[in-house]
Design a protein around this ligand. Structure first.
Ligand code: ZN
Ligand code: ZN
Ligand code: FE
Length: 758
């Protein structure tokens, strides 16, 4: 018998730690009558098996096929070994080695087994808000360092009781080496406070909280990646109060509902969306509203969608099971600041917003907002990529040098590359204040530590005033590569689609610093990872007041109208010209003609804003992109007509004239054409004109691959329409499915561009 024995060593890489991989291997080996051992290393899991060749082969096949739910194998290599005559199969001590490359699991929602126990009166963890197992629970947000062992997590402060320890030590148990394992006797617990920091006594803080929410109070609730501010979504007064206190005038609030059945009371769930919203990554999914519905109008004003999610922690389930149709669960921050994670910090920053605080004593090490996605053109599109999706890497088609990419200014993320993987951070936010900048630096330190990398190159934007650029330039002894914003957008799209250039890149964007110092954003570029050339762009127009023109789209409206009609614009019968005072308009025209604080822009985002103001949607915005978003919401996508368009060739670069479009729109307004039709026609025009341009560029260059990126592609009419039109014209179209098309995806693009630069 002994002589037929062979041995093999199998090295598995990927997300294979903290997800029940060793017990899975242990059980699998026993099923196949194999002896040997399995252990965690710094790069993954190492398995030594001995037995009959046939058994080893079927063991290997199943290993790759049937891993535990959260495992993600990226690489398996196997080597012949000498037989060591093990008596049994065992789980051995972890072994640290030189390279540390194991992937950490994202935070995932409570699993079905734990959920059953949570509501099982006979279970010892009945209603315990921190129940978890190797298949579920917190990960990334509680890790301080690798390897992922309890002493490296915020669970280090809790000593397991005898029962929990026994589960933890038993390879047959679902909680074998579940690092956050805990129970009511030994683990974290909840406490309810008033906003005066006085503890509210009572046996059951969750029940009490549900009652307070029912009465219309606002409660700050500590969750997985940070605090939420919660309010009953059916209670107008509560939601309105939350808006007022949070200084958040119109931006939609995210909501959470107990299950899909309850969501169906107020929103439509299309096929595909149900699986997305129910996945263990639990993103916020933008779902079409059902009208009428019983939720407060204040939840998501002037918007066709509700940003909806299902509960993902046991605490959420315990709260939501009380009969709420939905709770508003918006990030626990003051506007523009990062989400609170620390109890003290939450009291400091949120006590004039929340009436009560439901907190717990398990620390969050790295904040992570909820992710936001939307299904468009059959694919999941990220608006914000954060909790649940990080720190899973984007796989690249080749190895690149170690780069730290610092991202853009708004919706900032950072990215670190290691071999053929790009690790894009969680959503950091708008780098406009000190606390966000601190979070940015903390995230970089944290990622360098848990990925065990020391970048050779730092990448940043061209914009000299971005805090991310300043940070990159302040680093010593490291090569700096500055990457043009729209090159980064397109390169990010190429990278996640694993293609090299050249491609025709359509960068439809709000703001990006151009190579000529102007503000770009309606760009057609020919791009490779290492370089790009500009092939076409919207003609330049003044942005009177610079940043003020973003906050006040009426300024853009005046700029476009003045560009086309000059002084004659005063005679036009257009709402915006009557709503804004004569003096102000005069002042803006003066700024434009004397070129005072009026940078030139080719931004498509500004064109959307300007037209939105011209057709009377809004003159001022409360958040970036609001006017353009409302413009999309009211546009009739079935409109077939288009406006005239025109471009001129200047030094081999096509300049797209906006004047014929503006003229057409003004004419329609005078003729009383409905705004939904004007909106539809404008979308159709943009799609048609860029498709035609791509055809001309294809003729010139033979390039038939088109990559789409930039924040304006969050517009679903434009994204689906552009894909359709290009495909009908036999282009191969590449779009974002792994990172956002907005500036959240910039760091990925910067990283690959900098990694390819010589
Ligand atoms: Zn579980
Ligand atoms: Zn315990
Ligand atoms: Fe951008």
């Amino acid at each position: 018998m002994q002589r037929e024995y062979v041995a093999r060593r199998i090295e598995v890489e990927g997300i294979v730690q903290g997800v029940g991989f060793r017990p899975f291997v242990y059980q699998l080996a026993n099923r196949h009558n194999l002896k040997g051992e399995v252990l965690n290393t710094s790069s993954g899991v190492s398995i030594h098996v001995e037995g009959i060749d046939k058994d080893i082969n079927s063991f290997c096949r199943e290993l790759k096929k049937n891993g535990p739910p959260l495992a993600r194998i990226t690489d398996v290599s196997d080597y012949p070994e000498t037989v060591k005559n093990h008596n049994s199969f065992s789980i051995a001590e972890s072994r640290p080695d030189a390279s540390r490359s194991v992937l950490i699991s994202p935070d995932v929602s409570i699993c079905d087994d734990c959920l059953k126990e949570l509501f099982d009166t006979k279970d010892r963890r009945f209603r315990y808000p921190f129940i978890n197992c190797t298949n579920c629970g917190p990960r990334y947000t509680i890790i301080d360092d690798i390897p992922y062992d309890r002493p490296n997590t915020s669970m280090k402060h809790f000593r397991m009781c005898g029962k929990c320890q026994a589960e933890y030590d038993d390879p047959e148990n679902r909680r074998f080496h579940a690092q956050p394992n805990a129970c009511r006797d030994c683990g974290p617990y909840l406490t309810l406070y008033g906003n005066n920091r006085k503890m509210i006594d009572g046996i059951n803080p969750v029940e009490k909280t549900a009652g307070l929410l029912k009465q219309g109070h606002i409660v700050a609730i500590k969750g997985l990646g940070g605090f939420h501010l919660a309010a009953d979504a059916e209670n107008d007064k509560a939601v309105y109060t939350l808006r007022k206190r949070k200084l958040r005038e119109e931006k939609p609030f995210a909501i959470m509902s107990f299950d899909v059945e309850r969501i169906k009371r107020f929103a439509v769930i299309e096929p595909g969306e149900e699986a997305l919203i129910s996945s263990c990554l639990r993103p916020i999914v933008l779902l079409k509203k059902k009208e009428p519905n019983q939720l407060s109008r204040e939840v998501s004003p002037k918007n066709r969608y509700f940003g909806t999610m299902l509960p993902y922690t046991p605490l959420h389930y315990l709260l939501l099971q009380h009969d709420f149709t939905a709770l508003v669960m918006t990030s626990g921050n003051r506007s523009e600041e990062p989400i609170s994670i620390d109890n003290e910090d939450a009291f400091d920053r949120l006590s004039d917003i929340a009436d009560y605080f439901l907190v717990h004593n398990r620390d969050i090490y790295l904040r992570s907002d909820d992710s936001i996605v939307k299904k468009t053109a059959g694919e999941t599109r990220f608006i914000r990529r954060s909790r649940g999706y990080i720190p899973a890497p984007v796989f690249l088609n080749k190895k690149v040098p170690m780069v730290l990419a610092c991202g853009a200014e708004l919706k900032n993320t950072v990215c670190i590359t290691k071999d053929d993987k790009a690790f894009v951070s969680q959503h950091i936010g708008d780098l406009e204040n000190l606390s966000t900048l601190e979070f940015f630096e903390l995230t970089i330190r944290h990622m360098k530590r848990i990925l065990d990398v020391n970048p050779e190159i730092v990448a940043c934007d061209f914009h000299p005033d971005y805090l991310s650029t300043k940070y990159a330039l302040s680093l010593k002894n490291i090569k700096v590569v500055r990457v043009q914003h729209h090159h980064a957008h397109i390169a990010g799209c190429m990278a996640e689609n694993m293609i090299d250039g050249p491609v025709i890149g359509l960068a439809f964007d709000g703001t990006g610093y151009g190579s000529d110092g102007n503000i770009w954003g309606g760009e057609v570029i020919i791009a490779e990872h290492g370089r790009f050339t500009r092939a076409a762009h919207l003609s330049y127009i003044s942005m009177p007041g610079s940043a003020a023109a973003i906050k006040e789209p009426w300024r853009m409206a005046v700029s476009y109208l003045y560009d086309v009609f000059g002084e004659d614009m005063r005679g036009l019968d257009i709402p915006v010209l009557k709503e804004i005072s004569e003096d102000k308009i005069r002042f803006i025209i003066d700024m434009i003609s004397r070129k005072i604080n009026s940078p030139e822009t080719s931004s498509l985002g500004r064109l959307f804003d300007g037209i939105a103001a011209i057709i009377g949607i809004r003159n001022r915005v409360c958040f970036e992109g609001q006017a353009a978003m409302e413009f999309e919401m009211l546009s009739d996508e079935n409109t077939e007509e288009i406006y005239d368009y025109e471009w001129i060739s200047d030094d081999n670069v096509y300049k797209i004239l906006t004047a014929p479009i503006i003229k057409g729109i003004v004419e329609d307004i005078h003729n009383g054409v409905h705004t939904s039709v004007i909106g539809g026609k404008f979308h159709r025009t943009v799609i048609r004109l860029f498709t035609e341009l791509c055809k001309i560029i294809r003729k010139d260059t033979d390039i038939e691959r088109v990559a789409l990126s930039g924040g304006v592609f969050q517009n679903s009419i434009l994204l689906s329409g552009m894909i359709k039109a290009l495909e009908e014209n036999r282009f191969k179209v590449y779009t974002h499915k792994l990172v956002p098309a907005n500036d959240g995806g910039i760091s990925l693009g910067q990283a690959v561009v900098a990694g390819s630069a010589d």
